[in-house]
Design a protein around this ligand. Sequence first.
Ligand code: NAD
Ligand code: WQD
Length: 398
Amino acid sequence: RLVGQPSPNFILVIGGLGYIGSHTVLELLREGHNVLIVDNLSNSYESVLHRIQLLTSAHCKKTGGSMPLIHFHRLDYRSRSMRLLLESYSDLVMTINASGQQKMTYRSRITGVIHFAAYKSVVESIAKPLEYYQNNVCGLVSLLQHLEAYGIRNFIFSSSATVYGSKSDAGVPLREEYIVHHPEEQVQDGHKVVLQPSAVGLSCPYARTKYFSEAILADMAAANPEWRIVVLRYFNPVGCDPSGLLGENPRGEATNLFPVLTQVLTGHRKMLDVFGSDWMTRDGTAIRDFIHVLDVARGHISALEWNADRGNGFRSFNLGSGSGTTVLEAVKSLEAASGRKIPLNWTGRRAGDVGFCVASTDRALKELGWSTRESITQCASDLWNFVQKATSDLAAKV
Ligand code: NAD
Ligand code: WQD
C-alpha cells in the first residue's frame, strides 16, 4: 500500500466459491464491494474464481465502474492460518482512554463476514456425524473466537429451513419465531405470550448442526451486545446466474432435486426417482419453496446493509418466496425450459422428508425490505442455460 492511500475495506466470504457463495460474491462485486474469499475447495473449484473475475470485469466495462478487489485464499477456515489471515487485514491502532491510559487494539479492514462454509448433505451427515459437527459447529466456534480477537462482529450466517424440523408437518408457512433460542415475548391475538426455545423433530445431524450453530450465535450476541448477527434460513435455492457461467457443481453425489434433474438433462442419469406420490398436495408430490440463487445472494446484501444500519444482537430471517411448487411442477418447468422429456421413476417417500416446506416472508419483507424477484420459470431457464454451457465446455475440452 502506498503511504497516504486509504486502506481498502473488505467483506470476508467464507465458502465463497461454492454454489450460493459464488453467486453472493458476484453480487457483492457488482455492488462495488471488495471481497476476500476463503475456501478450501472441498466442494468447489478454482475455475469458479476465474469465472467470477470474468463476470465482474464484464459488469464493470458495461457500467463504467472501477474493478473492485477480489482476494482469494485457499484455506480451511478451521486452520491456524485463519488467524494470521485476519491479522493481515487488520491495523494495530493506539487508543487512549479517559484516564490517559494507552492501549493497542486491532481495527480490522474486514467490515462484514458472510459464513457459507459447511458440509451440507443430509444423507452423508447420518453416516459421518463427527465430520459434520467438526466442520459446521466446531469450526464456527473457533472462527468466532478469531473474529472476536480482531473486533470483527458483523456476521451473516447460512442457516436452513431444516431448523424447522417437524414444525413443517403443520402444512403452514414457517415463521421465524417457530424456532427461537432464548425466550421471546410476543403479542398474539392481543395476549402476551412467551416463545420458548425448542428443537423439535430435527431429523438428521446436518439439521442439528444448523440448529446448534444458530444457538451458539444467539448466545454470543446475548453475551456481548457489540455483535450484530443475522442468520438467514434458506429454503430451496435453485437456478443460477443467467450467464450460465456459475452454477451448482457438487464434487460428491448429487441428492437434491435440481442437481439430480441437471444430471438427467446431461445424460449422466437415466431418470428422476420421485420420492412419494401420496403427499396431501395438489398432485401428490411434495411441496417446496424453490428460490432463485440470485435472490438468495441479494438477501445477503440486504442483511449486510440492515446489520450495518440497524442490526444489534441476533436476528433470524427466512429467505424464501412464500409460494410452494410441487416436485412434479418443478420437473415440468425444466421440461418446458429444455424442450426435453424427463423420465420419471415413481418410488416411495425418502426417509426424513416432509410433504410441505414453505417460508413465511413477512419478516424479511418488513425488516430487510427484501423479497424474491425471480420465478421458478426463470430458475429453470437459467439452469438449462448452465447445463448447455457446461455441456459445450466439456465438448470443447475433448
Ligand atoms: P457448497 O458446498 O456449494 O459451498 C460451500 C463452500 O464451502 C464450498 O466451496 C466448500 O469448498 C467450502 N468449504 C466447506 N468446508 C470448508 C472449510 N472447512 N474451509 C473452507 N471452505 C470450506 O454449499 P452451498 O449450497 O453453497 O451452501 C452454502 C451454505 O448454505 C452451507 O452452509 C449450507 O449448509 C447452507 N444451505 C444450503 C442450502 C442449499 O440447498 N444449497 C440450503 C440451506 C442452507
Ligand atoms: C426436494 C424435494 C424430495 C431428489 C434439503 C435439505 C435442506 C436444504 C435443501 C441445506 C423433496 C424430492 C429430491 C430426488 C425427489 N439443504 N426429490 N427425487 O429435502 O427439501 O431439503 O436440501 O440446508 O436442509 O433437507 O431438498 O432438493 O433434496 O428435495 O423426488 O432425486 O424433491 O423428496 O420432496 P429438501 P431436495
